[in-house]
Design a protein around this ligand. Structure first.
Ligand SMILES: Cc1cc2nc3c(=O)[nH]c(=O)nc-3n(C[C@H](O)[C@H](O)[C@H](O)COP(=O)(O)OP(=O)(O)OC[C@H]3O[C@@H](n4cnc5c(N)ncnc54)[C@H](O)[C@@H]3O)c2cc1C
Length: 431
């Protein structure tokens, strides 16, 4: 006899429950809703008062939806085969077709970054939600799923403040720990752990890197072009070139975010780690010495304060000279020795900022680490431990670079999970 027959009431009795109404959960709900049999019941549950809070903040409010070049090799994950399977199921073109079918017009910008043509992240969220409305899929907000367990009949029972939700299939898309102010939580990991899944260590990624330097105070807010490398005692772990932003106690900017992604597990673990900035990557050491020697010849009337004005931002130039030990800067340029010039060139080529601690979750865009991807089938996103349990998005142990790669992961896995759950439902109905 079923519990319903025994008179026990469920707050919701569903075919598919999506936990988490972020990018992955909404994509999963739309794709499931479009393909599930008529009359099937699906609802999305989100702990926040509204779905898609983080989505609204993406791309500085413009939503860097995906990247033209996104592919399996762009992700750090424990199971690279599963990442390839995910992309064989839903790639960038499939994702763009999905959004076009919702009514989105998009535009490609630098380095393959794709944005809504209207420049509004809210348009992406609106179109997903309008499709849910058309498909008559309920969004249940302010409803945190607190626990999950398997009933004896193979259905899932989800505990929530509204009461117990009973469902045949579950798609978990609870996101990760990044940006707690936008809804980042560890609840998704706990739910899956309670069902026997395991997660790797979690680290903030795509975040400013905290560094110590006596110069940061005077550089705050300045942006400069540089080649940045994150290095340990053995050498560079990762490098990238572009705009670096100097912060109060951290280095920031897309280039630094990329380094934080490449080195997320080692940042904050202790040990010698530093960020090295090559402030003139287009010149080698001898080229910089030649440049500086020429400046000494043509600018002997200046004080050191302005020796590098015209090469770098003035404050950056002064800090480089101080770092090279050229104080006081009231000295005349003509007093520089060849040795001084070589010391300045060394700092320009390799300006070292010791890493002072772990990146902060508050400023991170994504979680490095997560529930082991190897425990899910990359073709369907179904758990290898439990039939009818699916996972998608940042919750899983796969994270990518800045530039649309992380949303692409959320869309691909979300669409796949939704499609697979709907297919299973169809085949159940045909039995
Ligand atoms: C400031 C910022 C800017 C970003 N910009 C970009 C960008 O431009 N391009 C890009 O590719 N990536 C970007 N990212 C990363 C991207 O936003 C995430 O990778 C993506 O949102 C992950 O989607 P998700 O659905 O897995 O998780 P989320 O979007 O975090 O959604 C998870 C949802 O689940 C809900 N939830 C969690 N646990 C429960 C529970 N137990 N019960 C009910 N609900 C629950 C949460 O409230 C949340 O709404 C950015 C991130 C940040 C923080």
């Amino acid at each position: 006899m079923s519990k319903t027959e025994l008179g026990q009431k469920y707050a919701y009795d569903l075919d598919i429950a999506v936990i988490g109404g972020g990018a992955a959960g909404l994509a999963a709900a739309v794709s499931a809703g479009r393909e599930m049999p008529q009359g099937a019941k699906l609802a999305v549950f989100d702990a926040q008062p509204r779905c898609g809070k983080k989505l609204l903040a993406t791309g500085n409010g413009r939503c860097n939806l995906t990247n033209r070049h996104a592919g399996p090799s762009d992700y750090h994950a424990d199971d690279t085969r599963a990442v390839s399977q995910v992309f064989s199921g839903v790639n960038v073109d499939d994702t763009l077709a999905f959004f076009e079918s919702l009514g989105l017009v998009w535009r490609e910008e630098d380095e393959g970054r794709i944005y809504p043509a209207c420049g509004q992240a809210s348009a992406v969220l609106d179109l997903l939600r309008l499709e849910l409305l058309r498909l008559q899929i309920a969004e249940v907000c302010g409803c945190r799923v607190e626990s999950i367990k398997l009933d004896t009949d193979g259905r899932y029972l989800l505990r929530s403040p509204l009461g117990t939700i009973r469902t045949k299939y579950v798609i978990e898309a609870c996101g990760g720990m990044a940006a707690p102010n936008l809804g980042g939580v560890n609840w998704g990991y706990e739910l899956l752990r309670s069902l026997g899944h395991t997660a790797t260590k979690l680290h903030p990624s795509l975040a400013p890197i905290p560094v110590s330097s006596p110069h940061l105070g005077s550089l705050k807010g300045i942006r400069a072009h540089a080649k940045a490398s994150i290095c340990n005692e053995r050498g560079a772990i990762a490098s990238d070139e572009g705009e670096v932003q100097f912060g109060d106690k951290a280095l920031s900017g897309i280039v630094i975010f990329q380094l934080s992604s490449a080195a997320a597990p080692v940042i904050g673990r202790g040990g010698e780690l530093c960020v090295e900035l090559d402030m003139l990557p287009e010149l080698d050491f001898d080229g910089i010495v030649t440049l500086l020697t020429k400046r000494r010849a043509i600018l002997p009337h200046l004080t050191l304060e302005n020796y590098l004005t015209g090469v770098f931002n003035k404050r950056v130039g002064m800090c480089l000279l101080k770092q090279a030990g050229m104080t006081p800067l009231s000295r005349s340029v003509s007093e520089l020795s060849d040795g001084d010039i070589r010391r300045i060139a060394s700092v320009v080529k390799c300006w070292r900022f010791p890493v002072s601690g772990a990146a902060a979750w508050n400023n991170a865009q994504v979680t490095s680490g997560g529930v082991r991807l190897s425990e899910f089938d990359g073709l369907t996103m179904q758990s290898r431990l439990h039939k009818g349990l699916f996972a998608a998005g940042e919750l899983l142990n796969a994270d990518g670079r800045c530039g649309g790669f992380n949303l692409q992961w959320a869309w691909s896995t979300g669409i796949l999970a939704g499609r697979s759950a709907a297919e299973m439902l169809r085949s159940d109905k045909n039995k």
